[in-house]
Design a protein around this ligand. Sequence first.
Ligand code: ATP
Ligand code: MG
Length: 767
Amino acid sequence: MNTDDREQLIPRRRSTRTEGINDVDPVSYLKQNEGAVPIGSLNVLSSQFESLDYDICENKLLMNEAVVRGYAFVTHKSLARWLIFLMIGVCTAFVGIFINISIEQLSDIKYSTIKSFLDSCSAKECMYKPYFVWVGINAASVLVGSLLVTFCEPIALGSGIPQVKCYLNGIKMPRIVRIKTLFVKTIGVISTVVGGLCAGKEGPMIHSGAVVAAGISQGKSTTFSFLDLSILTYFREDHEKRDFVSGGAAAGVASAFGAPVGGVLFSLEEGASFWNQSLTWRIFFASIISTFTLNIVLSAYHGHPGDLTFAGLLNFGEFTKLSYEIFELPFFLMMGAFGGLTGALFNHINYKITVFRMRYIRPRWLKVMEALSVAALSATVALLMMFWISDCKSLGTDPTTTPVQLYCGDGEYNTIASLWLQVPEATVRSLFHDPNGAHNMSSLAYFAVVYYILSIWTYGLSVSGGLFIPCLVTGAAWGRLVGLSLETFFPDCSWCMDPGKYALVGAAAQLGGVVRMTISLTVIMIEATGNISFGLPLMITLIMAKWVGDYFNEGIYDIHIQLSGVPLLAWEPPPLNYQVQASAIMSHPPCVLRTVESVRHIVSVLQRDTFNGFPVIDPHSKSSNTMDGIRSSGRLRGLILRSQLIVLLQNKLFNIASSDWENGRISMKIFRKAYPRYGTIDEITLTEEELSYTLDLRPFMNPSPYTIPVTASLPRVFRLFRALGLRHLIVVNDFNEVVGMVTRKDLARYRVWRHFGRTGVEELKIS
Ligand code: ATP
Ligand code: MG
């Protein structure tokens, strides 16, 4: 083929070269693209996100390795997998234990200090003292976490669930599973909860579990590069890592809620898009181990070794009698609907706040300031409530709280103070288990509204912290209120005498309305209450909450994912699009390489384009056939990845002799060593002589990549892509000649929307 012919194979359309997301500072990226990117839009996908590679490249190196290692290696690898899952369970639990004990100790100090100031001040004039102490402690604590998150590792923001969900969907989220992220997350969560923000430590456990899993399974760390143990190198592949990360996420849920089955289902529902039987079993194992470890250690820590009474970080406490009558079900349904409504409103307002933050709260110091103001505000509001609402109960109404008298009479305590002056997990438990007369209806109403507003504002602040607990607290407060009202309306009924039960349903409804998970939440709630007989009410409440919420908008995690422009692939293809063919979605003409390609050409392609995969064609096939008006690029021989080309160029594998294969100079090791940060083409320097060489791609490329005919429909392309977790799907014509390329972004572009009961498909912009 002469140069002119070759030039025609090269697409001219995309010649702008951009950096990979790994290299980009998000703030400067936003600044650069200020005009082009409508910040805070839900309808834009960012082309900066790259995908993970789940396909196994069955090249010559892999075959050689398989022959040399034999079946003994298969057994060895399987055993290693079990061991790793065991360690993931144990280590995740220890992260949880560390967070739990730290929060417990620090909060004890915090609340007893505030209480002593409150107790020593019975006149209104001296109220400023406890107030400043409270605000001071909150602000100091939040400052630590917020500085860490904002300046050290912004990906540790929030609960991390959306990010883990994206990772498991197959998107390379930069820095998400680094040890540094885990460190910032752990300290961040402690400081957020101790700082009195309306946020919980449970959601972040999922992210922590994911990092632990990635770290253990890879046996090396980017943050601490000296930690490369050079063991387990055969797990250094995206699909192995993904499996471990789904196990880690499950172990995180399991230890957070004492819910091992819930953990597995969470990974299935929210996370892993790819699933198989043995993986389920191993993930379940990790979850059980994680719950067990947490239980043993925390029980021992609390002085009851062997008792095993601390199944999770969040303990709902024991519901002894959790029975219901059939005619209560409509009330549960209505509560579910109410949770759906308030959840949708939560998500909508939080969305507006998030867009505001993206547009205007951009300087980092401003983010820290915002977190500090919310911390101060939380203390202010709490104190004002105690001050204004004099809900006094006589001591002994609720034996569990350590009472604050404030302005109550002797022998009485302020119930509002007892709700605020404890960690939110304890508040959830109080609302579930306090005896009937422990709270006034009006104080519950105020508390629910205030907590609701504060949690909307808190989610998305530049701090680490989850959303489960604030939702549970809000829901438990209004749920208890519903229970108390029923008692007032039906004074003689025996079934409605348990406001704690309604608090539980309210908590489920509120949480379901915001996050919209049904399968895993039902099981998590059942496991956390330890009462299977209440499964049905919880389930119908959650389903109702999801239905009603979905009528208005998406779940909170999806909203945040869409705002960040991540090309997440949905479970199902866009409906009714059978008339759209692969030819309409694919990129054409594709950028291809020849089986034996000149180094100069490879380097120039890598420099010019950002693509990560290149179809490899046969140089001798008669190229440039035109069928149905679509010109082809030559007969398909394989697919080669940018990362592979980079490694080949780095190692200068230009003239390979057969001895190189035999003496092991060339093996899978060179690729695994570079995984997962392969470097960029700009870091490689080649001499003029080296540039004039050729590179034989055949031993390294994937010789049998997945392909699809050019006439296939969009749903078909989508299903193949999604089910196999692909990154590149090559489109071919009748002669197996390459005509186009389909990637994640080509498919994620079609998004199904639902609004007020209507449905449609929209095509998103790619920035
Ligand atoms: P990813 O970013 O998902 O890791 P990638 O970088 O190879 O994979 P995309 O970033 O999704 O691919 O590609 C952006 C656009 O470029 C898509 O529309 C895709 O179809 C197109 N594209 C990808 N690879 C090629 C190629 N080899 N030739 C021509 N177009 C391509
Ligand atoms: Mg790309």
